[in-house]
Design a protein around this ligand. Structure first.
Ligand code: PXL
Length: 278
């Protein structure tokens, strides 16, 4: 492993609201991972705000990735994708990296919706394209809404019984990915993540804060990606991400900020340095 692992972060840049690249870059850096951004779109604010500008960079992506062809990445971390064309470029990049560097791993966060609602930019064709992209990933990190969308399962809330969560995980694995982490399964005051790969299934549980904040999934996937890039197992990486998220959501809810501003992770970032959660 390199002293500083190298990760390609494919995500949008939203100028306000703590999500996507403005979350991934500081998290990976503090974890000792080189984060190389490939912006899929530039927004003035994330799409949860009533007004924002949106510049789609889909046309730029092929040349952007071409100029990276001689680089080798330890991980590719792909988040919010805004169009079918972007998905095609990302798939091409996965394939090229893997062909040249078989050790390259892919974490796909299928950022499609939350709390039973699909994001306004999502179309049925984009859902299909992301479903196909999931087949190429080593790890996918859907929340319950996204897991339902990806598998065509009717959404009945975030509280899944164990047998329902296992069934959803089995369907996700059938998409073709190597491992899946279903995030945000609600059990009263507890929030669980179900981690599964071809050999095992495991729940992690942490304290739940009732308020929902924008960018929570991005923060979870970023910590997971940094931990995996540093060589942790998926199980240990999930545990660390869940504990950090629990700390940050509790801290944020004590500050009484607008949930649209996202999670106030900055004061707690140094907890991601090695040792704190061991
Ligand atoms: O946090 C997910 C996300 C990422 N990127 C953009 C978004 C959202 C959620 O609303 O709007 C642009």
């Amino acid at each position: 492993m390199r002293t500083v692992p190298r990760v390609a972060c494919i995500n949008d840049l939203s100028g306000y609201g703590r999500c996507s690249l403005t979350t991934a870059l500081p998290v990976l850096s503090v974890m000792g991972v080189q984060a190389c951004p490939a912006p899929t779109a530039v927004l003035s604010m994330h799409t949860g705000f009533p007004e924002y500008t949106f510049t789609d960079l889909a046309d730029q992506l092929p040349a952007y990735f071409k100029s990276w062809a001689s680089l080798d990445f330890d991980w590719i971390y792909s988040g919010f994708l805004g169009s079918v064309g972007q998905v095609a470029s990302v798939r091409e990049f996965f394939r090229l990296q893997r062909a040249n560097h078989p050790d390259c791993r892919v974490l796909l966060d299928p950022v499609m919706g939350d709390d039973g609602r699909i994001y306004s930019t999502y179309t049925a064709a984009l859902c299909d394209a992301v479903r196909q992209l999931a087949a190429e990933a080593d790890v996918i990190t859907p929340n319950v809404t996204e897991a339902c969308l990806l598998t065509g399962t009717p959404y009945r809330g975030e509280s899944l019984r164990t047998d329902e969560a296992y069934a959803l995980a089995d369907k996700l694995m059938k998409l073709g990915c190597e491992a899946a982490v279903i995030t945000g399964i609600v059990r009263g005051d507890i929030i669980c993540n179900l981690t599964c790969d071809r050999a095992s299934r495991e729940f992690t549980a942490v304290h739940r804060t009732k308020q929902l904040f924008s960018g929570t999934g991005d923060l979870f996937a970023s910590v997971l990606c940094g931990s995996l890039a540093k060589g942790m197992t998926l199980s240990a990486a999930t545990e660390r991400a869940a504990r950090f998220l629990s700390d940050v959501t509790q801290y944020t809810s004590e500050q009484n900020t607008d949930p649209m501003e996202g999670l106030l992770f900055e004061p707690l970032l140094l907890r991601l340095k090695e040792g704190y959660y061991e």
